[in-house]
Design a protein around this ligand. Structure first.
Ligand code: C2E
Ligand code: MG
Ligand code: MG
Ligand code: MG
Length: 288
């Protein structure tokens, strides 16, 4: 339990730690319990998506990132840092990931019907395990077709894990999906193992500066240098840049000075349910 708690604490800050105080005997028991509960919850549809705004340099909401939440009957709302690793190691990430893709596309199609919301993009996290499935492209396209979502409004967030092996397959799938208008963002950029030569070949649209570099960007010169380099790299490769985990106005201003205007973070809004997001947009200036 200690290792898992530490691991989650590192991944997700303070929020998830609370969750670990109450139970359980060991890592293994805990994981097995959660895995069983995950399986049941999938059947009982206890999952939901929350949405965190992504804003431009003027603070206009361009879209949102869909973040998975588990509405657990006994444990309350459980965050993905706790259960996504378990879903991945048990294979449940595939049905769960399909549910996420479908729900996100249903949401996009719903927004498209409303003039005030039709401009929104939706970023969706895709596990490397799911992206590697041979039929991922077909599945994705089927979901778009069934839901009527506009692929140009969908952005898939991938992580550098996909670059470690099978880069060719990753590139091939990305190109197929791009042909239909789907965009790609490289999540948690700088925390993985991507080689720059692969990065150059990936048909990406955006780099996402990881929260770990943003947190101390004002006080730690190394983080500032890394953030500056990521912006420069993105610009050199013709990619958009977005920073995640922006919590303060000074972080936002500093990043903007570096050339990163687009932000996501508590400064602009926590992940929230769709009604809250829609209310927030109704009261915010619309992008030009
Ligand atoms: P991520 O994709 O890097 O998502 C950003 C995480 O940072 C989210 O945590 C978000 O709540 C948190 N965050 C955003 N702004 C701030 C901020 O200003 N300060 C702080 N301290 N945190 C901020 P969350 O929702 O717990 O998700 C954690 C990770 O779980 C995600 O990291 C992503 O890797 C994974 N995940 C979430 N939803 C899904 C999903 O539907 N599918 C898959 N495969 N993974 C998901
Ligand atoms: Mg993400
Ligand atoms: Mg991220
Ligand atoms: Mg991150």
């Amino acid at each position: 339990r200690g290792d898992l708690a530490m691991y989650e604490a590192k991944r997700d800050g303070r929020n998830t730690l609370r969750f670990f105080h109450h139970h359980m005997e060991s890592d293994v028991t805990y994981r097995i319990a959660l895995e069983g509960e995950l399986r049941e919850s999938l059947v009982q549809s206890q999952f939901m998506l929350h949405y965190q705004p992504q804003v431009d340099g003027r603070g206009c909401i361009l879209g949102a990132e869909a973040l998975l939440r588990w509405n657990h009957v006994k444990r309350g709302v459980v965050g993905p840092a706790v259960f996504v690793p378990i879903a991945e190691s048990s294979g449940l990430i595939i049905p769960l990931g399909n549910w996420v893709l479908r729900s996100a596309c249903v949401q996009l199609a719903d927004w498209a019907d409303s003039p005030a919301l039709a401009h929104l993009t939706l970023a969706v996290n895709v596990s490397a395990l799911q992206f590697r499935l041979p039929d991922f492209v077909a599945e994705m396209l089927a979901v778009m077709k069934e839901t009527g979502a506009d692929p140009h409004r969908l952005k898939l967030e991938l992580t550098e894990t996909l670059l470690i092996d099978n880069v060719e397959d990753t590139i091939d799938k990305m190109l197929q999906l791009k042909e239909h208008g789907i965009g790609f963002s490289l999540d948690d950029f700088g925390t993985g193992y991507s080689s720059l030569s692969y990065l150059k070949r990936l048909p990406l649209d955006q780099l996402k500066i990881d929260r770990s570099f943003v947190r101390d960007v004002l006080s730690d010169p190394n983080d500032a240098s890394i953030a500056r380099s990521i912006v420069a790299l993105g610009q050199a490769l013709g990619l958009g840049i977005i920073a995640e985990g922006v919590e303060t106005e000074s972080q936002r201003a500093f990043l903007a000075e570096l050339g990163c205007d687009c932000c996501q973070g508590y400064l602009f809004g926590r992940p929230m349910d769709v009604n809250m997001l829609e209310r927030m947009i109704a009261s915010a200036p619309a992008p030009a």
